[in-house]
Design a protein around this ligand. Sequence first.
Ligand code: KG4
Ligand code: ZN
Length: 346
Amino acid sequence: MLVLGIETSCDETGVALVADGRLVRSNVLADQQTLHARYGGVVPEVASRAHVDLLHPAVEQACALGGARLSDVDAVAVTIGPGLAGSLLVGVAAAKAYALALDKPLIGVNHLVAHVYANVLDHGALPLPAVVFVVSGGHTSLLAMDEQGAFRGLGQTIDDAAGEAYDKVARVLGLGYPGGPVIDRLARDGDPAAVRFPRALLDDGSDDFSFSGLKTAVLRHVRQAGPDVKVADVAASFQEAVVDVQIAKVVGVAKREGLDTVLLGGGVAANSRLRARLAAEASDLGIRLLVPSPALCTDNGAMVACAGSLALERGEHTPLDVGADPNLQILPGFGRRAPRRPKRRR
Ligand code: KG4
Ligand code: ZN
């Protein structure tokens, strides 16, 4: 079974061919980062136009690299949400056209679920039940997956997503976009104990996260330090604060729920400090930790093809009149940003 996976939810045009839900025959990424870098972040209109230009050539390249013709494809899987409306629409419209022209089923895929299933590509069938931690540019969601596709929402960010915090701090430090990879790299030469940044909600007994105060604390520190700011130390100290909270919450949930498997996914799961420290902690506690290889953590077409293949195996198809859903979540009402708490009057 050969599935074509199409991912256009944000600023990466991803197209992949995956055989039997597991074997990546090709995984093409048409990177738009240079287009958006001059604006310091993703510009939605620029992203959707770029998807229009890049998508079909990426499909052709994926076929060439995967040694297959389009007519060999058994199904077309595409991200239908969440993401930027215009970007999603380009992928969904194209996927419908391919499915119709090839007379093969269309499978609409939830981007967040695809981040979790990226683990299948590296590690095989997911051992369940498990704690699931999706950390990306738009989400920081902690869930339990009791069986295939059956999620329970536990905790989420009440303000910024983890990736958003990396990107905003990188901007404050003048490091460009996207911020996560640069901070990760710079932090290796910095001292994670140089600045004691706040660890919000660390011991509040909830499974929720908050990164907005941390971002503000970094901004304040950078302004105070002025030209003498030690960028590598700030990067390392900021990253350490993020990772401390992430590990405490993930491990806390695993212990409380009695789950001995943790599945990570999303762009921030590519973070080397999070991977190393969580792996060490998990090994001490006898927890099995599965994380996709870094290239499969950030947005890509292979994870979409993989999630689509599993849906196809379950006999699921998506009607051709499906629309894109920018606000799609793993569970209805879960994962969206909670309303900000009203400020207390003094
Ligand atoms: O999953 P993803 O590719 O796109 C979304 O679905 O949002 O995640 C992108 C996010 C960005 O905020 C980026 O800065 C962050 O993941 N990211 C990282 C690393 N690589 C990407 N954050 C920390 N460390 C990294 N190595
Ligand atoms: Zn993503």
